[in-house]
Design a binder for this molecule. Structure first.
Ligand code: SAM
Ligand code: SF4
Length: 499
């Protein structure tokens, strides 16, 4: 039995990588990621002239992507007053593209069986102490009843290891189940309306299945773009050991018709400056080939995990100061892109990151497989992928946003009414996305407050919402009557209305 299972697993691993679905994208056998080009740009950017930096900031403010040379120049700024100009510009960009909205979500770990052996990850195959689990239909429904019925999340990022037990057919089925769960709540009905996916790279045929089930963003993080460092932490005899299969994951996704993708780097595996440059290059490449850049970027920092030797990762550890520079430069270099900071970071760092350009955060986060069901033990929780820095609930986080004059958007209209891909990019660039987002943010936030908000949060949110509504009246007088009608319907218990 065990021998057969092992043989099946080996056969499954063997057919994962389609060489032809890498080779077709290479130019003269080479990838778009040229380490020499990046290094050259980094060297050329030293000691930038302040006037040059200001011209770059003007370009960012026009919501135009920066080149590698321009990005490198920003990385080299040391003058404190120039850095504060960079921060001011980042905030202006964020305001222009995303106004005062923050998006929240929860991660949901569905299966942590994995055939890979990434040195830094608690799910690696060699970690015999990991509590392995794949959620079945009933488990998934239980998790969603908590997330959508008690906490009030509308968006999830679902996370999977790479294994035949949680392969593409399992992934599709699990997403269907998630969308299917509806829970009666205070005034209306709680349900998950957008499932973003963090999963391994797939072949085009599998990606087409993923497209058809109706997902939000498909995320694959390159972890490190530096080939030698990549090889150091991803053993060559594993699927993940194939650098190019991962690098072209998003090319295949676009080709399969998934036009909403998320890139990321796991910071701490190599020099963070190189990684930013490579991330920007990846983004520019997607835009060059498919006309659309990534919808989001993520920048997790390496965290301690069960049976991971952290001393092996000391060399490239990213300090808090450098981490803030990473966020700042990314906001300026790819100005229309959504930026995600997760609960791996502390509450204080997450608060600071908002003024540097972050647009999305998770809350009420649990990252054990099956951890949202209340009977999980502390010991089980310690066996999860890595440890969390910010355990606050969604209600607490939303209250903090309100205190800073920010509104939490639960809008999931985008992918359901075709505002994705090129369409959303254009709207974001022109600053017109706001027209829809502002209205839908108010509607969905009010909905959440009525169904889930604590009295304290409702009280703090009231003046923030009133201010938003009066801005809508002034800025979009033509749309106001329809908006107002929707708003009243929401207050009377109707749900999932969007403009
Ligand atoms: N198996 C899929 C993959 O590797 O792409 C998706 C799941 S994996 C758990 C999701 C992400 O978790 C990885 O891309 C990696 O960046 C991040 N991760 C893994 N170990 C981590 C650690 N110790 N600290 C912080 N992030 C980690
Ligand atoms: Fe598996 Fe992903 Fe963890 Fe690597 S990072 S061991 S592929 S779950």
């Amino acid at each position: 039995m065990f021998i057969k299972e092992n043989a099946d697993k080996r056969a499954w691993i063997h057919q994962r990588i389609r060489r032809s679905e890498i080779d077709k994208y290479l130019i003269n056998g080479k990838s778009f990621l040229d380490e020499t080009e990046i290094q050259k740009a980094l060297n050329a950017g030293a000691d930038p002239d302040p006037q040059y930096i200001r011209a770059i900031l003007d370009k960012s403010l026009m919501i135009e992507n920066l080149s590698l040379t321009e990005t490198a120049a920003l990385l080299h700024v040391t003058d404190l007053s120039l850095i504060s100009e960079m921060r001011e510009t980042a905030l202006k960009i964020k305001k222009k593209v995303y106004d005062n909205r923050v998006v929240t979500f929860a991660p949901l770990y569905l299966g942590n069986f994995c055939v890979n052996n990434c040195l830094y990850c608690g799910f690696k195959e060699d970690n015999c102490d990991a509590r392995r689990k794949v959620l079945n239909d009933r488990d998934i429904r239980d998790e969603i009843r908590t997330l959508a019925g008690k906490v009030g999340h509308k968006r999830l990022i679902v996370v999977y290891g790479e294994h035949p037990r949680n392969d593409i057919d399992y992934i599709i089925e699990s997403i269907r189940t998630i969308y299917d769960v509806k829970v009666k709540v205070r005034k209306g009905e709680g349900n998950i309306r957008r499932v973003n996916v963090n999963a391994p790279p797939f072949a085009i045929a599998d990606l087409e299945k993923l497209r058809d089930v109706g997902i939000g963003t498909y995320q694959v993080f390159q972890e490190t773009y530096h080939k030698q460092s990549y090889a150091r932490v991803h053993p060559a005899n594993t699927i993940k050991g194939d650098y190019l299969w991962r690098l072209y994951a998003m090319h295949r996704a676009f080709e399969a018709g998934i036009d909403d993708v998320g890139l990321g780097v796991l910071f701490g595996l190599y020099d963070w400056r190189f990684e930013i440059m490579a991330l920007v290059k990846h983004s520019l490449e997607l835009e060059r080939v498919f006309g659309i850049g990534p919808h989001t970027v993520s920048f997790p920092r390496l965290e301690p995990a069960l049976n991971v030797e952290m001393k092996d990762f000391k060399q490239y550890r990213v300090s808090d100061e450098d981490f803030k520079r990473i966020i700042l430069v990314l906001r300026l270099a790819i100005p229309h892109t959504g930026m995600i900071i997760t609960a791996r970071e502390t509450a204080d760092m997450r608060k600071q990151s908002l003024s540097l350009g972050v647009t999305q955060m998770d809350a009420s986060t649990k990252i054990g497989v099956g951890a949202y069901q209340e009977n999980i033990t502390d010991q089980d929780a310690r066996r999860q992928q890595f440890l969390l820095g910010d355990p606050r609930t969604l209600d607490q986080l939303i209250r903090e946003f309100c205190e800073q004059g920010m509104i939490t958007s639960f809008c999931t209209a985008g992918y359901r009414c075709g505002r994705t891909g090129k369409c959303i990019m254009e709207l974001l660039r022109k600053g017109e996305e706001g027209k829809f987002c502002k209205l839908n943010a108010i509607l969905t936030f009010q909905e959440w407050l009525d169904d889930f908000g604590s009295e304290e949060t409702q009280a703090i949110a009231r003046p923030v919402l009133e201010k938003e509504i009066s801005e809508v009246r002034e800025k979009y007088p033509k749309m106001y009557p329809k908006f107002r009608q929707y708003y009243e319907r929401i207050r009377n218990g109707e749900r999932d209305l969007y403009i």
